[in-house]
Design a protein around this ligand. Structure first.
Ligand code: HEM
Length: 396
């Protein structure tokens, strides 16, 4: 059987939770982009999978035809909770983005630089003298939460491990445990908001979440404030860990990339963008067609579900030559890793800051390192993807 026949099943019987997809991630994405602009899944309600860059861009931008209101999950578990503004369409979506965006602007992120550097440096100091670390648990899973909770959404940092675990179960755990795990995160955040509602205003993001926005001219309901807080914590904790681990994997396995970054700071910025392109935590998101429409030569009917395969589109050779290569010399890095259109990631500048500082601080203290022999990264994959384990070593 040839390689292509082996992958043909992904055309008609795609399953984003298929362990074979998780294991042969790069190969399957490459196959889909090359051979199958729109794949089909029969799992649950079924869905179309849009794979090429231009098609993904078009669908993600045309929110009237491809609505987010039925949720980002392709097959939500029983009892699933909405996250806002992700699961909304304009104009209500726009109202939330207008009040939230300032807390995630490039300027707001620049103010976090020094603190982020300090946290990253302290984390590296804990394991640097040992000559070895499990990078995901000891660094990548820690830094995003420290920054988010200490500087943007002041949830007690001591509660980070429990929240992180529940968000991980929601994203990758057994299907029958997902809704309950996310429900615990929601209950925790509701209690947090309740406590802040009784306290004087702090002039921070929580005040803005508590104030809410208008929906059809009326103040929005309490639930929506809780579910918007939920989206920010989910987005902040479930994503950048994977990208940071991806960056360090590339550096561990490519001494030439490390050298390029030492020599030319411009390569660092490109390394961050290549990291996001190739180690994006969001693989695909769901939409619902609100009209009969043709995409990539396939007819999509009103009411059918569509997956925008951002991970595949970021590897489309139409916009990115030699897409598998982690290339810090690219003139321009084109990708869809942060999404496109109204739902484009609110945390993109925060994510870039976290990835860049992780690279800088690690290389400053440990310039030469490699993977532990006989180990490689292990992944979990569904609509999100994450690295579970990355063992590194260096001389001390
Ligand atoms: C490398 C890191 C990250 C990647 C690749 C990423 C990716 C994405 C993508 C693809 C979307 C769009 C979903 C869609 O089209 O429906 C999105 C939305 C979102 N992201 Fe991120 N994200 C990252 C980090 C973060 C961080 C650090 C936060 C923290 C606050 C965050 C919060 C959100 C929120 C709240 C949304 C919903 C935006 C909306 O619906 O308007 N993300 N992200």
């Amino acid at each position: 059987m040839t390689k292509l026949n082996h992958f043909d099943r992904f055309k008609e019987r795609f399953d984003i939770e298929d362990p074979a997809f998780a294991e042969q991630f790069e190969d399957v994405l490459e196959y889909l982009v090359a051979k199958c602009p729109v794949a089909h899944s029969e799992v649950g309600r079924g869905y179309h999978v849009v794979n090429r860059y231009q098609d993904v861009r078009r669908c993600a931008t045309d929110w009237r035809t491809f609505s987010s209101a039925d949720g980002w999950l392709l097959n939500p578990p029983e009892g699933n909770l909405p996250i806002l503004p992700e699961d909304l369409d304009p104009p209500y979506h726009t109202a939330w983005r207008q009040v939230l965006n300032p807390f995630f602007s490039p300027g707001a992120m620049a103010n976090l630089e020094r603190s982020a550097q300090q946290y990253a440096s302290e984390l590296v100091d804990r394991f640097a003298p040992r000559g070895t670390c499990e990078f995901v648990a000891e660094f990548a899973a820690q830094l995003p939460g420290l920054i988010l909770f200490r500087h943007i959404l002041p949830v007690p940092v001591d509660d980070l491990p429990v929240l992180f675990q529940d968000i991980d179960t929601y994203s990758f755990g057994p299907v029958d445990q997902r809704a309950a795990a996310f429900g615990r995160v929601r209950a925790y955040l509701e209690q947090f908001l309740e406590a802040r509602r009784q306290a004087p205003a702090h002039g921070d993001l929580v005040d803005v979440l508590l104030a809410g926005v208008k929906r059809d001219g009326e103040p929005c309901v309490w639930e929506d404030k809780v579910h918007t807080t939920l989206d920010i914590v989910f987005g902040g904790l479930a994503t950048t860990t994977h990208a940071i681990a991806g960056a360090l994997y590339e550096l561990a396995t490519k001494p030439d990339v490390r050298q390029a970054i030492f020599k030319d700071p411009a390569c660092l910025a490109t390394a961050v963008e290549e990291t996001v392109r190739l180690h994006a935590p969001v693989v695909a998101v769901g939409r619902t067609a609100r009209a009969d429409v043709e995409v990539g030569g396939v007819e999509v009917k009103t009411g059918e579900r569509v997956a925008l395969n951002y991970a595949a589109a970021s590897r489309d050779p139409e916009v990115c030559a030699n897409p598998r290569k982690f290339d810090v010399h690219r003139e321009e890095v084109v990708h869809t890793a942060f999404g496109v259109g109204p739902h484009r990631c609110i945390g993109e500048h925060l994510a870039r800051l976290e990835i860049r500082i992780s690279i800088e601080e690690f290389l400053r203290k440990i310039p030469d390192f490699e993977l532990e022999p006989d180990t490689g990264p292990q992944f979990e994959s569904g609509q999100l993807r994450t690295m579970k384990n990355l063992r590194l070593r260096w001389s001390v």
